[in-house]
Write a protein that binds this ligand. Structure first.
Ligand SMILES: Cc1cc2nc3c(=O)[nH]c(=O)nc-3n(C[C@H](O)[C@H](O)[C@H](O)COP(=O)(O)O)c2cc1C
Length: 356
């Protein structure tokens, strides 16, 4: 049924379509609907508490007995240089004034914790089929413990060197995340917002340089994109934006409306909300911050400074709505129906190419 079944075999799924983990947007209902339709459902765990992750994983298990994926960030707990904080506060002062928010915060929350021992123990207890990582290579002892427990490991790469580092570290598959992708770029070190390789160029170059299965991600919006990913040598796809308008997603109504009107030029890559480059809706805040670039507080500490602005400003001014360049292809369908349609479209596209 699929030209390459290595990913399906590795994950124990029927269709090589991974619903991307999307912190804040994916839900147990979304992940389980995708799993029940034969794809790989994912839950973004990011910086969620252990009790939330446990409850959400149990909620998936209550709805499906199929494999699913828990996703975590690989981040080092790094402090922001006080001078960077001061400069950023000065830069944001006019926004705070205009919005009647008083002074920008002078203290930052604790740095992000990443995948620490508490998370390791939790994952070993929950034992999902797959664990995926974003932003880097997990520590060797973590990889060893998870693999010994029989968990399949995947992580994102945004260039060939990152993909090779992931394979060397023992990842079972690699997500090749291209420039078109919605959400945070999974680069292993923070990169400037204008620095990225497109999916079309990235996937075959990674395929040529690693021996593990490659999952293409970024700008894949329908079955044509899935067929193209296979032509580039991938053996599966990870799609995020395509699922944002499913009823099971946690997307707010105003954002659903925005997706209905989406165009190819709606988004831009910005680090001005979180401290790390992410593709999100074009906004006045992101454009202004980009046109006068300065070093910003570390991810995820920058959220504390952009947060009050996001809360109060109009969406067009400062919404941190993460979505990708193929958003106009997004459909409003229950996730299981969307998987069925994507499978149908991809296979039709592959048949057409084979008979031409
Ligand atoms: C709303 C949103 C949130 C995301 N959050 C995460 C996340 O928590 N972890 C992660 O590994 N990837 C995250 N991503 C990136 C996806 O894994 C994937 O690379 C991307 O969605 C693929 O591009 P597409 O949106 O064009 O399909 C997110 C993407 C979106 C759109």
């Amino acid at each position: 049924m699929w030209p390459d079944t290595r990913l399906c075999d590795l994950f124990g799924i029927e269709h090589p379509i991974v619903q991307a983990p999307m912190m804040g947007s994916c839900t147990p209902a979304l992940a389980s609907a995708v799993a029940n339709a034969g794809g790989m459902g994912s839950l973004g765990c990011g910086e969620k508490s252990a009790s939330t992750i446990e409850a959400e994983a149990q909620a998936i298990r209550a709805r499906t007995n199929r494999p699913f994926n828990l996703n975590f960030f690989v981040i080092q707990p790094e402090e922001t240089d006080p001078r960077v904080l001061e400069k950023t506060r000065e830069k944001l002062q006019p926004w705070y004034e205009d919005l009647g928010l008083g002074e920008p915060p002078s203290e930052l929350p604790a740095p992000g914790r990443g995948f620490d021992d508490e998370r390791l123990d939790l994952v070993l207890a929950l034992k999902p089929k797959v664990v995926s990582f974003h932003f880097g290579v997990p520590e060797a002892r973590i990889i060893e413990a998870l693999k010994t427990a029989g968990i399949v490991l995947v992580s994102s790469a945004t260039n060939v060197a990152e993909a090779r580092a992931l394979e060397d570290a023992g990842m079972d598959a690699i997500i090749a995340q291209g420039w078109e992708a919605g959400g945070h770029r999974g680069s292993h070190v923070p990169t400037a917002p204008f620095d990225g390789v497109g999916t079309m160029a990235l996937v075959p170059q990674i395929v040529d340089r690693v021996s593990v299965p490659v999952i293409a991600a970024g700008g894949i919006g329908d079955g044509r994109g899935i067929a193209a990913a296979f032509a580039l040598g991938a053996c599966g796809v990870q799609m995020g934006t395509a699922f944002l308008n499913c009823p099971e997603a946690a997307t707010e109504p105003a954002r659903r409306e925005r997706l209905r009107r989406a165009t190819d030029r709606d988004t831009m890559v910005t680090d001005a909300f979180s401290g790390r480059s992410a593709r999100a809706m074009r906004s006045r805040y992101a454009q202004e911050m980009e046109s006068s670039r300065t070093e910003l507080p570390r991810f995820p500490q920058m959220y504390a400074l952009s947060g009050p602005i996001r809360e109060v400003a109009d969406d067009d001014d400062a919404s941190f709505f993460l979505y990708g360049q193929a958003a106009a292809l997004t459909r409003e369908l229950p996730a299981g129906d969307l998987i069925d349609q994507l499978v149908h479209e991809a296979q039709a596209a592959m048949r057409t190419l084979a008979t031409r």
